[in-house]
Structure formats: structure tokens, C-alpha cells
Write a new protein. Structure first.
Length: 380
């Protein structure tokens, strides 16, 4: 391989599992990773002979796409960094990283068991190639891998025996192929706007990106974070009778929960956009917006739980009752998953100096203007 600076070309070995199959383990030992790397090197030489001019680096671990497709591509970045430390000419330009005493050599190369149930497992690879050859080799990989990137029979057999699985397919993809495949998957389940945000975070992190979700919720990517319009602010622009607006609000919260979970899986945090909210804050798994302070002319604040069938508590409203029982809303909080409800309630109760007793409404409470509110009469 030529001397001079090396450019990394990220690729991946994609394992499509047969129905009902799960790998017996997610990481390879050092010896296993070296065996697999040798087989993969032969496959890649057969598919694209010019890889003989590159150093192949392999991380002996199986990941989900959400773990690989994150801002900065930390798995590949770590793999590249480790591979560059190995002296050139060693191991015939094939470098494999496996586990020692159950741990990979760096934390980003440790797959998360929480994402281990998907039907496709991905093993990251990288080709370190002299900059003078990088563009040509990259073009060849993009053409050849997508067209005929199946592994050889020896490699597929080794994978099935080592991981204890049956495979439908085992094929090489470029990272661009993986991005395109994931884009199609998200579009198929009506999450194209989410993918636009993710793509911006990964490929053009220096640029802002603004989108509308399928339900019209505004989202914006900027400076490594995603900012969402609050469901209550979104509700203010909706039309229809109270029943229609109630149903629409529940749908918007469900969609926000979907987005939050997937953004977290891809390594991005979700916050309420202050352009649409009052004072906004966030905790692990919840979002909240505050509109005012406690007014001593009103009754003590209470916490009210808005509920929807199948979703449980979709929002918490902090409100005071005043003259003629009219409610004065101080804050709304949105639990993005069930485990976050308790901590969010505790935070709101402390913030407004009220007991954390929750008044369950059994429904979503809208006021006379169709906005998220609280009961005008006291609950017993």
C-alpha cells in the first residue's frame, strides 16, 4: 500500500436473518474477528480487486442501523482511529478488533443489547486507502457492492456457525447504501420528515433543517439538537369540534413519542422549541413548558393528568382555580415514555410548590376555546 495520508471508506456487512433467528452473541473474540476479517478480505478482493491497495479494518460486533447511523458516525470513527494506530504492513493490511475478557477495545464498538432484536444485523468495516486512490475505489465500491455484493459461501457458512443463526442473505454495502436503505424504510412507515432531520444531523450538521411531521408538527434541527413544536401550541392551530381536536392532540403526542424514541436511538436529543413555547425544559424522557408563576390570588396549583386510550397519560397540566372556578394554566408537561412520568411529576410539583398528587381526568381536557386546559370545577 502506498505511503501518504489515508482516507477511510466506510462499508458494512449486512446480515439478513431468517425469520425467528437471533444471534447467540453480539461480539466476536479477537481470534474470531481475525478469522472473519481474512474471509471478508478474500470476498472484497474478488468483488473489487482494487481493495488490494487498501487496509481493511473490521469491528467484530453486530449492530443495528440506529447505532451506526448517528451524527459523526462514532462507530466508524472509532474503528478508523484504532486501525490507523496499527503500523503499516502488519497483518497484511487486514486489521480486526474483537473482544478481550468480554469487552471491545473502545466503548463505541460495544453494541447495545436494547437494539439487538431487529431482523438485520450490521458488522462495520472500513477501507483505509491512499487519498490518490480513494475517489476511484469509492466509485467502484458504490457500483459493485450494490450490484453483486453477496459474501462468498465460506464467509456465510462461517457467520452462521459462529453466531448460531440461519441467514437469508449476507452482503456488503457501502455506508451510502445503508443510508439509502434506511431512508426507504422510514419513508415506508410515514417517517420521511424524521429521516430529513436525521440526514441533516449526519451529513450536513453545520446547516439547519426545518420540517413538518406527517401531522404537521414543526421540527427543526440545529447545532446537534432537534427542536419540536409543543403539542399544545400545535393544537391551537387545529380546527374542528372538541372531539376531533381531542383525537388529533392524542395523535400528535403519539407521533412526538415516536420521533423522540427514534431520535434517541440515533444519538440525538429532543427539546421543545422556544419559538413556540414559554419557558421550555427537558428531562430524561419528558418535555415541559411553563407559562407563568403561581398567583396568590388563585387557589393552590394542582396537577391534572390528560389521558388517552392506548397511550396512558399524554400530558400533565399544572393549573390554579380562581374566580368562578376558571382555571389558570401554569405549565404543560409531556411524558415521552411511561418510566418518565414519575420524575416529570416530581419536577413539576417542586417547581410550583405543590403536592405531587395527580388528578386523573380519564380523558384529554380542552377548554371552551379548544385548548389544553384544566377543569373549571374542583375534582373530588
Amino acid at each position: 500500500m502506498e505511503a501518504g495520508p489515508l482516507q477511510a471508506l466506510p462499508i458494512v456487512l449486512a446480515l439478513e436473518l431468517s425469520a425467528g433467528e437471533q444471534p447467540q452473541h453480539l461480539i466476536l473474540s479477537r481470534d474470531e474477528a481475525a478469522e472473519l476479517a481474512a474471509l471478508i478480505a478474500d470476498d472484497l478482493h474478488r468483488l473489487v480487486p482494487a481493495v488490494a491497495n487498501a487496509r481493511l479494518a473490521l469491528a467484530g460486533a453486530l449492530f443495528d442501523a440506529v447505532e451506526l447511523l448517528r451524527p459523526g458516525f462514532p462507530v466508524w470513527a472509532t474503528l478508523d482511529e484504532l486501525a490507523r494506530r496499527v503500523p503499516r504492513g502488519q497483518l497484511e493490511n487486514v486489521v480486526a478488533f474483537g473482544s478481550h475478557e468480554g469487552h471491545m477495545p473502545a466503548q463505541p464498538l460495544e453494541p447495545d443489547p436494547a437494539y439487538a432484536d431487529g431482523p438485520m444485523r450490521l458488522l462495520p468495516l472500513s477501507l483505509l486507502v491512499p487519498e490518490t486512490l480513494a475517489e476511484e475505489l469509492s466509485e467502484q465500491l458504490e457500483v459493485e457492492l450494490v450490484g453483486r455484493g453477496e459474501t462468498g459461501a465460506r464467509t456465510a457458512d462461517w457467520l452462521m456457525r459462529c453466531f448460531g443463526i440461519r441467514l437469508e442473505h449476507a452482503r456488503f454495502l457501502s455506508r451510502n447504501d445503508l443510508l439509502a436503505l434506511t431512508c426507504v424504510q422510514y419513508e415506508h412507515v410515514n417517517l420521511a420528515p424524521l429521516w430529513q432531520v436525521l440526514e441533516a444531523a449526519m451529513l450536513t450538521p453545520y446547516r439547519e433543517e426545518a420540517v413538518l411531521s406527517a401531522r404537521g408538527l414543526a421540527l427543526r434541527y440545529a447545532e446537534g439538537k432537534v427542536w419540536a413544536q409543543s403539542p399544545a401550541h400545535w393544537l391551537a392551530a387545529q380546527t374542528g369540534d372538541i372531539g376531533e381536536r381531542t383525537h388529533a392532540f392524542a395523535g400528535a403526542v403519539f407521533e412526538l413519542r415516536q420521533y423522540a424514541a427514534l431520535l434517541q436511538a440515533h444519538g440525538l436529543s429532543l427539546f421543545l422549541d422556544k419559538a413556540f413555547s414559554g419557558h421550555a425544559e427537558a428531562g430524561p424522557g419528558w418535555l415541559a413548558e411553563t407559562f407563568g408563576e403561581v398567583d396568590e390570588a388563585y387557589d393552590a396549583p394542582n396537577l391534572f393528568a390528560h389521558e388517552a386510550t392506548g397511550l396512558g397519560v399524554v400530558a400533565i397540566t399544572v393549573a390554579q382555580r380562581g374566580a368562578a372556578g376558571r382555571a389558570r394554566v401554569l405549565a404543560h408537561g409531556y411524558p415521552l415514555h411511561a418510566a418518565a412520568l414519575g420524575p416529570m411529576i416530581a419536577t413539576l410539583a417542586e417547581r410550583f410548590g405543590t403536592p405531587s398528587d395527580l388528578h386523573a381526568l380519564g380523558r384529554i381536557q380542552l377548554d371552551d376555546d379548544g385548548q389544553l386546559g384544566a377543569p373549571a370545577a374542583a375534582l373530588h
